[in-house]
Design a protein around this ligand. Structure first.
Ligand code: FES
Length: 80
């Protein structure tokens, strides 16, 4: 059985934080609180993923989002 809820891993290392990971997290939290997306994902903060050159890094399900933005992550979350 496949889980409907996607896991979203947000890097919380220093380079990603400098590149706006915190702001990205807050914006994503707000965006996924909309009725259409509520309960569709679970956010997990991680330590450095060792990919600092492409900060901010976020993993959505099995997709690695480099130098990512809210729009890119939301697109990945909406994909079934
Ligand atoms: S700080 Fe995010 S990958 Fe290193």
């Amino acid at each position: 059985m496949k889980h409907k809820r996607k896991l979203v891993f947000i890097c919380n290392g220093s380079d990603c934080k400098k590149s706006g990971a915190k702001k990205l997290y807050k914006e994503l939290k707000g965006a996924t609180d909309e009725p259409s997306l509520r309960g569709s994902c679970k956010f997990i903060k991680t330590k450095c993923m060792d990919m600092c050159k492409t900060a901010p890094n976020i993993i959505v399900g099995d997709h690695f989002c480099k130098k990512t933005s809210v729009e890119k992550v939301l697109t990945e979350i909406k994909k079934s």
